[in-house]
Design a protein around this ligand. Sequence first.
Ligand code: FAD
Length: 521
Amino acid sequence: MIAYLERFVPDSDSDSNPSEDSTSAAAAATDVALCKSVELQGTLEYHVSSANDIYSTDFGGIHKAAAPPLAVLRPASVDDIARLLRTASRSPRLTVAARGKGHSIHGQATAPRGVVVEMGAMAAVEVRDDGCADVAGGALWEDVLAACLGRGLAPRSWTDYLGLTVGGTLSNAGISGQAFRYGPQTENVTELEVVTGKGDVVLCSPSHNSDLFFAVLGGLGQFGIITRARVRLHHAPLKVRWIRLVYADFDEFVADAESLVTHPPSESLDYVEGFAFVNSDDPVNGWDSVPLGPPQRLDPTAIPSHAGPTLYCLELALHVHHPAQDGPTTDEVVTETLRGLRFIRRLRFSTEVGYEEFLLRVKRAEKAAKASGIWETPHPWLNLLVSKRDIRAFDGAVFKGILRRGVGGPMLVYPLLRSKWDGRTSAAVPESSEIFYLVALLRFTAAAVGAEEMVAQNEEILEWCRAKGVDFKVYLPHYRSEEEWRRHFGRHKWERFVERKARYDPYAVLAPGQGIFSRTH
Ligand code: FAD
């Protein structure tokens, strides 16, 4: 189980074999010479020092790559990336990993003794006149937001945190409270520019080079580097009515959440999320995690006496546009939407904030976490997609059992609709029902010491899911063996994944940190 917590391997292991050392030094020298032969407009930095090597680890803080990269490319153009990939394909060893912001957990953006491409060097955003924006793969979603708001527009589907890159989230899915309505971010792009593992620059869309288009969406960086995406936009609202409703009963929580994402009046809602929290005064996981800022506070006397160790909160948002001339007011829409829901009436919280302020809510949490130091300590996060069929059993065993004391951070749980996920993309989702749940255990630790225990707890949850035959997928997956990847994708999707790999990155140059394929020649 501790296999998930890789040992921090120093650059030069003291017990390493001297003849192996000289062989790998010779190989490195050959590879560096090869990289130096690439004609570039951007810069390639060599000799990444292991002392301050940010490229061998990531936000998770529980993985350290076996070796630093040989070089880091800051591309000035798509051609730089294409030339690098063509050259890397000619070497027997070199690998290349696009790095967004390194917000992965398990070293997915690392390239030991390979080349890391700093995607942040290409971050342009151009808002077009046709309701779309052309966005470079290294742009942060918060920069996309800023550029679009200048034109009164905004992407339709988001992640909770916007300090992530466009190429990084499109390589996974990109999920937040809008996904029940618009699908994940991968469903909200109409065209991509991709550099394949062979170094071909390809423009693709659902109707043109469609196989590559769908392959790279949710493709874990395996088929190409996304250098540009055309993102669909809609009119940005002025404000957001933001609501939290507390439940003591999980069955009532999921019944209400499911009815909101599947039936009218869901049309009036623009965002549906939810989370589990601890029924105690725990400052991080408890009652205080619910109110939407002072002076609101959760009055524990309103919690029914039959409530268990875990409570649930439905989080909703409605966009507020210019004051409506005719039609219902926001208050009327809210009243209508909440009518018939079974939340605890005295535990309803609501506020109205600017649209940008709403979307940047996690950035405020980031500032606080940086100030207290917990942004830098390990984050053994576990994200799952769990079928509706099994979510009640999951609640009983996991939220009310294994995690009854919380995870030191948010425990998100909210429904998504399978019909909003195009089966042609590479993303794997549970298949047994139309509704499945995102479960995100966003663990924060005050110090590195707690991380091993948390990793063990994650493994206990996964073991429970496997033992009970739960229909689930790990979101942002991390596996070690082909057998596990095959199980993750399922036979049909795995075969397609392997075929696509052979077509677009036959030597397995790309994204070695995902641990799916090994470099061949
Ligand atoms: P990296 O971690 O740098 O890269 C991830 C993978 O994608 C690597 O394999 C890399 O090689 C590859 N890659 C990167 N760029 C490209 C590219 N241009 N083309 C091809 N492959 C590329 N996810 C959600 O869905 N919803 C959320 O609400 C959400 N919130 C988060 C909040 C925080 C604080 C953090 C740390 C993560 C969150 N995530 C969320 C997870 C996030 O989607 C992943 O970390 C994702 O990998 C994006 O991070 P990144 O841009 O830093 O990519």
